[in-house]
Write a protein that binds this ligand. Structure first.
Ligand code: TPP
Length: 680
C-alpha cells in the first residue's frame, strides 16, 4: 500500500463497503497487539491512527463514501461479527439435550453483545454481509435466522478448532448449503419408525421376559441403531470391504441383534443360561468365565456380511474387554491390518477402502480413560493411521452414578477430541432424522479428509447403570425428567402422524408385529441354542513349547543376509561412527561364528523375511533401539533421507514395517496385539 505521503482523509477514502468493516476489525486487533495485523496495515495505523470513520471527532452522519455512512459501516461490521458468532458458538444454545439441558447460559449469541438490533439487521441487504445468500433470504435478519436454524437446532457443530481452511469451508458448505442434506421420503420415514419400534420392542421384551437380569439397555439412545444402519449403507455404497467396530456394554445387545444380526434365539438362550446373577461383573457379562480365556460371553463380538448385489461389506464387532475404551486401539489395529498388503517387500501398501473403523464410546469413559487420547494421537501417524475412524459417543449424561459435572472439567464429553483437530457434531437422540443426517456428514468428512470425526449422540439412560441399579438415589432430578419423558418412538410416531404418514392403527400394528415376532422366536427357541459355545480350545501355538519349533538357519544363509544388510544406496552418507558398528558385524560373523546382539536381531528378522513372513516392529525408539543397538533405519547425514537396510534385502519375500511410536504403552499394546492376531 503506497500511502505514506498521503493525507489521512485520502487514505481512508479508499475503503468502502464491507472493506471498511475489515479494516475496522483489523484496527481492533492492532489496538490489542500490533503484531497481529499485516505489516502494511500496521504501518498505516501507525501513521494515520484510527480509521477516520472511527474517529470520535467525525460526525455520525458524515458520508465517507458515495454509498455508506459511518453508522452503516458499524452495523455491517456488527452484523458480520454476530453471524460469525452463531457459526462458532451456536453449539452453546443448540437444542441437543433430550433431557437434562446444560444450566449455564451465554451472551455470546445475543445480538446486544454485538451492538445490533433486529431492525438494524432488517435494513442490511443480505448480499452486503454474505457471498452465498440462500434462497428466500433478503436481509441480514433473515440470514441470522437461517444461521440460527442451522447451528442451534437439534444438530450442532464444532469445527473452529480445525486449522485447515479447506476442511472448514467443506463443513460450512455441508451445514449451510441446503442441497447437501439427506432427504427422506415418506416410505423411508415409516421404515425408520419401524426400525425404532423393533429396537424398543426388543428391549421391552427382554425386560419382561428375563426379569431381574442386566442388559445395559439402549433405551434413551435408540437412535444409535439407525445411525449404524446409515454407516453400513454408506460404506457399502462406497464399496468399503470391512467395517471394524468396537463398543462397550451400553446398547451392545441391541447392536448385536439389529446391526450384527446375531440370532435372537441365541441371545435369549444366553439370558436363560445366565449363572448366579450375583457374580455377574458390573458391565453385564452373562457368564462368569469362558473356557481357558477367562473371558465372559457377553464381551464376544460377531460378524455379518452385508451384500447389495454390487458390493459386499463385512461388519465385525470386536470382542470387548471389561477395561473400558481399551477396544479403541484394538479396532484400529484390526483395521490397519486389513488395509495393509504385506505381500511385497518394502513398507506394506495401505488401501483405505479395505476397511474403516467405527467406535462407540461411553460419555464418561471417553473423557476419562487415558487410552482415548493415546488412541486419538495414533490416528494421524503414518505407522498407525487408518484413514479416519468414526466415533459415536453414546452420551447418556451419567457415568454409572457420576454426574457430568463430577466426571469432567469440560462442558462436553467430546471436548477431548478438539486437541486433535477432530470435528465434533452433536445431535439430539430424540430426533432420528437429524441423527442420520448428522452421521452422514461425519461419514463424508472421514471419507473426504481421511481423518477422524466424532458424533456426540446426546440422549439419556432410561434405567440406572444397569436395570437393577436405582438411579433415583443419586440423580433424582434428572430421573424425574426422564420418567416423564416420552420415548423416541413415541415422539417420532407422533410427528409422522401429524404429517399424515402413519396412523394410530398402523403404529399399533407395527408394535404388535414386533412383539409377536419376538414371542414366536422365544417360544420356538431350541434348548441347544448355546451348543458349541464352550468348545473353544487353546490354540496349538500357545499349547506347545518353543522346543517344538526348529529355528536353525544355515550359516551361509546368514552370511549372505548379513552382506545384503550392509549394502547402502549409492552416495549414502552414513553417520561415521556407525560405519564401525557395521564393520564389526562382518568381522564377527566371518571370524568366529559369533554375533553381537544387534546383529543377531537383524539376522533373525532378515531370515524371517526370507521365509516369507512379514514383520512389523513398532514402539518407543524402535528404529534405532532404546539401547542404541539396532539401527534399523539409517539417516543420510547430508540429506536426512531415510534408508532401511531390511528393505534392500535381495532375498526378502515379505514386508518389513518399522515405526517409532509415541510415548504410550496401553494403546500401542492393544493396536499391535490385534494387528498380530489379524495378520498371523
Ligand atoms: C477401565 C475401567 N474402569 C472402570 C470400569 C467400571 N465401569 C464399568 S461401566 C462404568 C461407567 C461408564 O460410564 P459411561 O462411559 O458414561 O458409560 P455408560 O455405562 O453410562 O453407558 C464404570 C466406571 C471398567 N469397566 N473399566
Amino acid at each position: 500500500m503506497a500511502h505514506s505521503a498521503e493525507p489521512s482523509e485520502n487514505v481512508w477514502k479508499k475503503f468502502y463497503g464491507p472493506n471498511m468493516g475489515y479494516v475496522e476489525e483489523q484496527y481492533e486487533l492492532y489496538k490489542e497487539d500490533a503484531s497481529m495485523v499485516d505489516s502494511s496495515l500496521k504501518e498505516m495505523f501507525d501513521k494515520h491512527g484510527a480509521p477516520k470513520w472511527l474517529d470520535q471527532t467525525s460526525t455520525q452522519s458524515e458520508q465517507i463514501s458515495g454509498e455508506f455512512s459511518t453508522s452503516d459501516v458499524r452495523k455491517i461490521t456488527s452484523a458480520m461479527k454476530y453471524m460469525d458468532a452463531i457459526r462458532r458458538f451456536g453449539h452453546l444454545e443448540a437444542d441437543i439435550y433430550a433431557v437434562g439441558g446444560w444450566d449455564e447460559t451465554t451472551n455470546l449469541l445475543d445480538s446486544e453483545t454485538y451492538n445490533i438490533t433486529d431492525q438494524d439487521l432488517q435494513e442490511i441487504p443480505a448480499s452486503w454481509v454474505s457471498d452465498n445468500v440462500p434462497a428466500n433470504v433478503e436481509n441480514a435478519y433473515d440470514l441470522v435466522q437461517f444461521l440460527r436454524d442451522k447451528y442451534t437446532g437439534k444438530v450442532s457443530f464444532e469445527y473452529d478448532h480445525v486449522n485447515s481452511d479447506e476442511e472448514r469451508k467443506w463443513f460450512l458448505n455441508q451445514i449451510e448449503s441446503n442441497n447437501t442434506e439427506l432427504s427422506f421420503t415418506d416410505v423411508e420415514k415409516k421404515q425408520l419408525l419401524e426400525r425404532l419400534i423393533n429396537v424398543e420392542g426388543f428391549e421391552h421384551f427382554l425386560q419382561k421376559t428375563f426379569v431381574g437380569q442386566k442388559r445395559f439397555s439402549i433405551e434413551g439412545l435408540e437412535s444409535m441403531i439407525p445411525i449404524l444402519d446409515q454407516i453400513v449403507k454408506s460404506a457399502n455404497g462406497d464399496k468399503v470391504e470391512n467395517i471394524m467396530m468396537g463398543m462397550a456394554h451400553r446398547g451392545r445387545l441391541s447392536v448385536l441383534a439389529h446391526v450384527l444380526g446375531k440370532p435372537l434365539d441365541r441371545i435369549f438362550s444366553e439370558f436363560q443360561h445366565a449363572p448366579d446373577k450375583e457374580l455377574i461383573p458390573s458391565e453385564g457379562s452373562m457368564g462368569i468365565s469362558y473356557g481357558w480365556t477367562g473371558d465372559v460371553k457377553y464381551h464376544f463380538g460377531a460378524t455379518r456380511l452385508v451384500e447389495n448385489g454390487e458390493a459386499s461389506t463385512k461388519i465385525q464387532l470386536a470382542h470387548n474387554p471389561s477395561h473400558l475404551e481399551f477396544v479403541n486401539p484394538i479396532v484400529s489395529g484390526i483395521t490397519r491390518a486389513a488395509q495393509d498388503d504385506r505381500t511385497e517387500k518394502g513398507y506394506p501398501k495401505q488401501d483405505y477402502n479395505k476397511a474403516m473403523s467405527v467406535l462407540i464410546h461411553g460419555d464418561a469413559a471417553f473423557i476419562g480413560e487415558g487410552i482415548v487420547p493415546e488412541s486419538l494421537n495414533l490416528s494421524g501417524l503414518e505407522g498407525y493411521r487408518t484413514g479416519g475412524s468414526l466415533h459415536v459417543i453414546a452420551n447418556n449424561l451419567v457415568g454409572f452414578t457420576t454426574d457430568r459435572k463430577e466426571g469432567r472439567s469440560t462442558r462436553y464429553a467430546s471436548d477431548l477430541a478438539k486437541g486433535y483437530e477432530i470435528p465434533i457434531i452433536r445431535v439430539n437422540a430424540d430426533d432420528p432424522i437429524a441423527c442420520v443426517q448428522a452421521i452422514q456428514i461425519a461419514y463424508d468428512y472421514t471419507r473426504t479428509f481421511k481423518k477422524d470425526c466424532v458424533l456426540d449422540l446426546v440422549g439419556y439412560r432410561r434405567y440406572g447403570h444397569n436395570e437393577m441399579d436405582e438411579p433415583r438415589t443419586t440423580q433424582p432430578e434428572l430421573y424425574r425428567e426422564i420418567d416423564a419423558h416420552p420415548t423416541v418412538t413415541e415422539i417420532f410416531a407422533n410427528q409422522l402422524q401429524e404429517a399424515g404418514i402413519v396412523t394410530d392403527e398402523s403404529v399399533k400394528e407395527m408394535k404388535d408385529k414386533a412383539y409377536k415376532d419376538l414371542q414366536s422366536i422365544y417360544d420356538s427357541m431350541k434348548e441347544d441354542a448355546l451348543e458349541g459355545v464352550s468348545e473353544l480350545k487353546m490354540p496349538n501355538v500357545l499349547a506347545s513349547s518353543i522346543e517344538n519349533y526348529d529355528t536353525a538357519v544355515p550359516l551361509d544363509d546368514l552370511k549372505k543376509l548379513n552382506a545384503d544388510l550392509l549394502e547402502r544406496p549409492e552416495n549414502f552418507q552414513l553417520f561415521k561412527r556407525l560405519n564401525r558398528v557395521f564393520k564389526r558385524r562382518v568381522d564377527i560373523l566371518e571370524e568366529g561364528n559369533k554375533a553381537e546382539w544387534g546383529e543377531g536381531e537383524a539376522l533373525a528378522y532378515a531370515s524371517i523375511l526370507k521365509d516369507g513372513i512379514p514383520i512389523r516392529l513398532t514402539g518407543q525408539d524402535s528404529e534405532r533401539g532404546t539401547f542404541a543397538h539396532r539401527h534399523m533405519v539409517l539417516y543420510d547425514t547430508e540429506t536426512g533421507d531415510k534408508y532401511c537396510p531390511m528393505h534392500g534385502l535381495e532375498d526378502a519375500n515379505a514386508s518389513f514395517d518399522i515405526h517409532n511410536s509415541p510415548l504410550s504403552e496401553t494403546a500401542l499394546l492393544g493396536f499391535e496385539y490385534e494387528y498380530s492376531i489379524q495378520s498371523p
